[in-house]
Design a protein. Structure first.
Lengths: 200, 63
């Protein structure tokens, strides 16, 4: 019976997360599922190289990520997608089942540099520890931390721009203004505090 | 002299809290986006792959 050993069980349990990670990299759901399935197949073939006791999620994510970038380099099938396509989707959104907020978020994410986006997805969306995310991206923990905080700042700026562009209503402008104030106060705090805030 | 301006020390924590809440809001949206996909039912193709994979399971897998 399939799925009767620990490795297979853990691998199956990781599938929903693999799909979510793939979706965040590709945006296009079909392409994302193809990517996730390819990664799953690779993980299965490489099962001997998995070290029991380590995070199978981080391991499969690393495989998926490598797969994604090698395909991206090889063909351009996923290149023009991101920012431009996401923007068009945003403008043309008349599907009431897709919340505008989510589209805005995806559009803004697509505009981030790859390394910042993936770091924020892993840590901020997927709830991965910095150490695990560093394992996935094969870089230092400190690098992940700084990518996450840069991504967060960039995303907040992008989202506040989208908000003010989309709506000329008073509350949109007011929200934007309020956000500016918050940012200003935050930078005053950061400058005056003399102590870097704990970035969680 | 830990506090230079204890006069308005009440204002600062409030601002920090607002900034923090803004971050929390972004974090919540990010998690929602991710969790939405996680909670989707896994398409059958993923599972049929596992059946194939299981059939091709290499003989020495005692562990």
């Amino acid at each position: 019976m399939p799925g009767d050993d620990v490795f297979t069980k853990d691998l199956v349990a990781a599938i929903p997360h693999l799909r979510a990670f793939a979706r965040s990299l590709c945006n296009d759901p079909t392409q994302a599922d193809d990517l996730a399935q390819e990664a799953l197949a690779k993980a299965w073939k490489a099962r001997e190289s998995f070290e029991p006791g380590t995070s199978i999620k981080a391991w499969t994510f690393m495989i998926l990520r490598n797969q994604f970038y090698s395909e991206k380099r090889r063909s351009w099938r996923s290149t023009p997608l991101d920012a431009e396509m996401a923007e068009n989707t945003l403008v043309a959104n008349d599907d009431p089942t897709v919340p505008m907020e989510l589209l805005e978020l995806r559009t803004a994410l697509a505009k981030l540099p790859d390394d910042q986006r993936e770091a924020l997805i892993l840590v901020g969306a997927g709830g991965m520890a910095y150490e695990e995310a560093a394992q996935v991206c094969q870089c230092a923990v400190g690098t992940i931390k700084s990518r996450v905080s840069r991504a967060r700042r960039a995303l907040e700026t992008l989202l506040s721009e989208t908000g003010s562009r989309k709506s000329h209503a008073d509350h949109g402008i007011a929200a934007d203004k309020a956000f500016d104030d918050i940012l200003q106060q935050a930078s005053v705090l950061a400058a005056g505090g003399g102590r870097s805030r704990g970035d969680d | 002299m830990t506090q230079e301006n204890s006069g308005d020390s009440g204002a600062k924590p409030v601002d920090a809290r607002v900034a923090r809440r803004r971050q929390d809001a972004l974090g919540r949206r990010l998690r929602q986006m991710y969790d939405q996909v996680v909670s989707e039912p896994v398409p059958d193709e993923f599972m049929s792959f596992l059946h194939d994979a299981d059939a091709r399971k290499p003989p020495k897998t005692d562990k």
